[in-house]
Design a protein around this ligand. Structure first.
Ligand code: AP5
Ligand code: MG
Length: 215
């Protein structure tokens, strides 16, 4: 199964993708995570992407589509994929069609997490992750069970994203409205879109996604 999780910054794409990975043995392909890894490693892609990401703008279509191709080619053909944060523009959506068909993969679902934008700034500015395993947390909505210790791997190191400040978040939302939301009609025409209430609590959102995937 191959699915796309769509939604604005902070909608819960990464949170829900991790849960689906745990439940279904699928792989999460997050272009945001790949780009952050490239920035950290100082690769040519990372050097090009760094300032763009910190400004809350979109990295070039060619770069992200190449990252997705490489990531897919590293997987077994029958491993299910959750696309998180890709595609984000109409050219990326068209590239994904080609990328999938060249690899004999079908797109099963496009799930849009519907959220109230007012809530997103709060979600994003409170977010932090385990520096070791990447498990996501939140200052107000999801603290580790034992203070300062990752629930999953026990690490005591956590990190925050550079683009998770109120000003950059607003620019990321502008980009989402202008370039990403308009790709939904491409998928609506194919009858693969389901909308899920992303404002519900995390477990309820997961349950809704499970119903879509198993429905
Ligand atoms: P990316 O990393 O994809 O960021 P984003 O789309 O802005 O989305 P986020 O990761 O911020 O949010 P999310 O939906 O994953 O939310 P999360 O689950 O963490 O992209 C970053 C940048 O990289 C872009 O700005 C761009 O520059 C570049 N880029 C990436 N892909 C690109 C592409 N394809 N093309 C061009 N450029 C690209 O949740 C957020 C917080 O809320 C967490 O703390 C979580 O615990 C909490 N939370 C989640 N769900 C709930 C809930 N139901 N209730 C309460 N709290 C919740
Ligand atoms: Mg994310």
């Amino acid at each position: 199964m191959n699915i796309i999780l769509l939604g604005p910054p902070g909608a819960g794409k990464g949170t829900q993708a991790q849960r689906l990975v745990d439940k279904y043995n699928m792989v999460q392909l997050s272009t945001g995570d790949m780009l952050r890894a490239a920035v950290k490693a100082g690769t040519p892609v990372g050097l090009e992407a760094k300032a763009v990401m910190e400004a809350g703008e979109l990295v070039s279509d060619d770069i992200v589509s190449a990252l997705i191709c490489d990531a897919l080619d590293a997987l077994d053909a029958d491993t299910g994929v959750i696309f998180d944060g890709y595609p984000r523009t109409a050219p990326q959506a068209h590239s994904l069609d080609t990328i999938l068909s060249e690899r004999a993969r079908l797109l099963d679902h496009v799930i849009e997490l519907e959220v109230n934008e007012e809530a997103l700034v709060d979600r994003i500015t409170g977010r932090f992750t385990c520096a070791n395993c990447g498990t996501g947390y939140h200052d107000r909505h999801k603290l580790p069970k034992s203070e300062g210790v990752c629930d999953k791997c026990g690490s005591t190191e956590f990190k925050r994203r550079k683009d998770d400040n109120a000003e950059t978040v607003r620019q990321r939302m502008v980009e989402y409205r202008a370039k990403t939301a308009p790709i939904l009609p491409i998928y609506e025409e194919r009858d693969v879109v389901t909308r899920v209430d992303g404002m519900a609590d995390m477990d309820t959102v997961t349950q809704s996604l499970v119903e879509v995937l198993e429905g």
